[in-house]
Design a binder for this molecule. Structure first.
Ligand SMILES: [Zn+2]
Length: 626
């Protein structure tokens, strides 16, 4: 017996064998069982989703004679053995009329077709018309069809199929029951292929089926034909490597190697991997597609690991790789990958475009790329010692902005004059950390704004210099809140130093958020233990610990780091709590300064102006929050 191709051999012969279109199956089975079949159905869906198959099954249901030749024989479970069923399966049933509208668009063709509608069926009980690509009919053809649809003879069923239902006239749409045939997801295709191959006793690798399932692009028929080819190609076995070669798919190991290099933040290795890839002369655009595809699966591996498919037989590798990226990095890399793909057409060549896109992923990480070591710069604090201890913290400089509902026709208030808003940040260099060890309470202190500058910037303002008044308690609080201060090793990181240093560590995203909820528990110069607010414990991950350790090391504090969730000691602020408190204090100061301001007082007296305190925004001394 000659070999029968899988697509034909496994074509569903009853509704119950139909894979993936359960909603259509249920509706038609119910209609058949209750004798309420509509006279016209419209199936929409892309090619290969089973429109012809559906029409054939329906024709069998209507014409099967196993339960008698009269109307009582109509069934939702055709026998497949009677004359009618066999004729339909073999494509020689004269009362199943298949029309490809794409090749018969003329009105004469439709007329001829529809003229025959009125005649009784030759072989069976019902005539079934399957008009594929029905949207291709001309307007006059539609009109001819419409008349038949309005008064259909009782022995006729119409099955219209289209890939583009929007091109159908509403008059036709309104006379049909419409079903959308689903595009088959790769999971369904892989599942079905596995069933078929097991029944056919063909050995296979699951990852090979995923390659086939994806290449089929939603069409079960294409998946079956490709599987036939793969069996021939692999001489009776479906191997991953054979299928990849047959489909011209890129060797997935190269893509994983690229992701590995990204996880290592190793730009040199990224370029080396691209160079290794280039030897295969690949489609670089497809490589980038594969990289974004893996990033998508890594995001799933992080958030819903049990939903991760074994698409390339790489499930375990991806689960391991997922632990080495933060969720944000994955999202960022994916976004950059998608945009890089769009920009590829403008790039000088595709390899350049791929390399730039991959390097951009590393360059735009919130944590940045590890830089080559720099020459240490002298600290500003060293040239003017003593300024750091003055206690005049720049955070407390009052520079309130106008509230939105202040009357606008008055003279411009004095505080809109531009103030120097940013204070230069000290460089986090090894020199800075040396200073920090000798003076732990006031390390890396930004240079305070000189008093004269403040007055230059706000002429005519009679606000009292409030900064000194509040900053002293702040400094006291910082010193009082010192859990690791007593008995710790010389040069140890104190909690106050941790608070002061926090902003200069350059932490970003989730890592920054996590670190902002830590207090220094102990530091013996070798091992630093940070105590983490228990409410944040669930966010903890090794990658964050590593980043905090690296950031500390980069600022001269090389320690083994432990992040320990546990109750925070009384009266000790985390960097986050400190930032919140400082913001609240700045706000209170700004409100107070506005209330005292003579211009505001005048506005209040003259116009009955009211200060809405919640809308007062103090000028940010640093453009960052926790
Ligand atoms: Zn039958």
């Amino acid at each position: 017996m000659s070999y029968q191709v899988l697509a034909r051999k496994w074509r569903p012969r009853t509704f119950h064998e139909l894979v993936g279109q359960e909603h259509v199956q249920r509706a038609l089975v119910n209609a058949l069982d209750q004798g309420r079949l509509h006279h016209a159905y419209l199936f929409t869906g892309t090619r290969g989703v089973g429109k012809t198959t559906l029409a054939r099954i329906l024709a069998k249901c209507l014409n099967c004679t196993a339960k008698g030749r009269g109307d009582e024989g109509v069934t939702s479970t055709p026998c497949g053995a009677c004359d009618s069923c066999q004729a339909i399966d073999e494509g020689r049933f004269v009362d199943l009329i298949e029309v490809d509208a794409a090749s018969r668009t003329k009105v004469e063709d439709t007329r001829e077709l529809l003229d025959n509608v009125q005649y009784a069926p030759t072989q069976g009980r019902y005539k079934v018309y399957l008009i594929d690509e029905v949207h291709m009919l001309s307007t006059s053809s539609f009109n001819a069809l419409l008349k038949t649809l309005e008064e259909p003879p009782p022995h006729v069923k119409f099955l219209l199929a289209t890939t583009d239902p929007q091109k159908l006239p509403p008059t036709v749409l309104s006379r049909c029951l419409q079903f959308t045939l689903k595009h088959m997801p790769p999971e369904r295709i892989v599942g079905h292929l596995a069933t078929v191959l097991e029944a056919e006793a063909v050995p296979f690798e699951e990852s090979a089926l995923w390659l086939l399932g994806k290449a089929a692009e939603g069409s079960m028929r294409d998946a079956m034909s490709l599987t036939d080819q793969a069996i021939a190609f692999g001489q009776g076995v479906v191997h991953h490597a054979d299928v990849a070669a047959m489909l011209g798919t890129l060797d997935h190991r190269h893509v994983l190697a690229l992701l590995e290099a990204l996880a290592e933040v190793d730009a040199a290795r990224v370029l080396a991997e691209v160079a290794a890839l280039a030897e295969q002369g690949p489609d670089f655009a497809a490589v980038l597609d594969d990289v974004t595809g893996v990033l998508h699966r890594l995001a799933i591996a992080q958030m819903v690991p049990e939903a991760l498919d074994n698409g390339h037989g790489d499930r375990d590798e991806l689960l391991a790789l997922a632990g080495r990226f933060t969720a944000e990095d994955i999202q960022l890399y994916y976004q950059i990958g998608i945009q890089g793909r769009g920009d590829m057409t403008h790039a000088p060549d595709l390899r350049t475009a791929l390399e730039m896109t991959l390097l951009r992923m590393l360059a735009f990480r919130p944590q940045g790329v590890p830089k080559p070591p720099q020459t240490p710069l002298p600290m500003r604090g060293q040239t003017a010692p003593g300024q750091g201890e003055s206690g005049a913290m720049p955070e407390t400089r009052p520079a309130p902005q106008a509230a939105p509902d202040t009357p606008q026709d008055a003279a411009p208030p004095p505080w809109v004059d531009p103030l120097p808003e940013t204070v230069p940040e000290p460089e986090a260099t090894p020199t800075a950390s040396a200073t920090a060890r000798t003076a732990p309470v006031t390390p890396a202190m930004p240079e305070p704004v000189p008093e004269s500058r403040q007055q230059d910037g706000t002429p005519g303002t009679s606000s009292p210099p409030v900064s000194a008044a509040v900053s002293a308690p702040v400094a006291e609080a910082a010193m009082a809140a010192e859990p690791a201060g007593e008995g710790s090793a010389p040069g140890a990181l104190t909690h106050a130093a941790w608070l002061e240093r926090f902003e200069t560590l350059g932490l970003g995203g989730l890592t920054r958020n996590l670190a902002a909820h830590c207090v220094v528990d102990s530091d013996d110069g070798e091992r630093l233990t940070l105590r983490l607010d228990p409410s944040q414990a669930v966010m903890n991950a090794e990658v964050h610990e590593t980043r905090i350790r690296e950031a500390l090391a980069a600022s001269g504090i090389e320690r083994r780091l432990t992040l320990e969730p546990g109750d925070l000691p009384e009266g000790v602020e985390t960097p986050r709590q400190r930032a919140d408190r400082l913001t609240a204090e700045r706000h209170a100061l700004a409100v107070e300064a506005l209330h005292r301001d003579p211009h505001v007082q005048k506005l209040q007296q003259a116009f009955g102006a009211r200060l809405i305190e919640a809308t007062v925004k103090p000028a940010e001394p640093e453009a960052r929050g926790c």
